[in-house]
Design a protein around this ligand. Structure first.
Ligand SMILES: [Zn+2]
Length: 133
């Protein structure tokens, strides 16, 4: 599995993450294998410096738009301010193994993951190759 994203969209995501000391989050939109756009969402977590929770209204609106012929919701992105671009134990506890993409930004880089199964009550993530073009 490989996923493509443009250099300019990746730069946009990295600068959004760099500009905020809280975790930023939003949706990845496009078509299978291609991230064409993002939809930034409010982080409505109680402690947004350490956790993220996508505004459910943004999620609902994006799925509604997808059903009406809009871009597919491929997954979401979020940042780990001061952390690594890898799923945290909280991420693993919250993830559903539904094949959606997780783009995680940390330390000035972004890595792509997919939750593919459950191990010991937590989601198991696999890295996904990201082609930045
Ligand atoms: Zn996380």
């Amino acid at each position: 599995m490989r996923v493509h994203i443009s250099r300019s969209l990746m730069d946009q995501i990295l600068s959004l993450a760099a500009a905020d000391h809280r975790e930023i989050c939003g949706l990845l939109l496009g078509s299978p294998g291609w991230i064409h756009d993002i939809c930034p969402a409010a982080n409505v977590a109680a402690d947004p410096a350490r956790h993220f929770e996508l505004d459910p209204r943004t999620l609902l609106a994006a799925h509604k738009s997808a059903r009406a012929g809009g871009p597919t919701v491929l997954g979401h992105y979020h940042s780990h301010p001061g952390g690594r671009p890898e799923p945290s134990s909280t991420d693993a506890a919250c993830a559903a193994p539904d094949g959606s993409l997780w783009l995680i930004i940390g330390g000035g880089e972004a890595r792509l993951w997919v939750a593919t199964g459950i191990e010991g009550g937590k989601a198991a993530f696999n890295g996904v190759a990201l082609d930045i073009m």
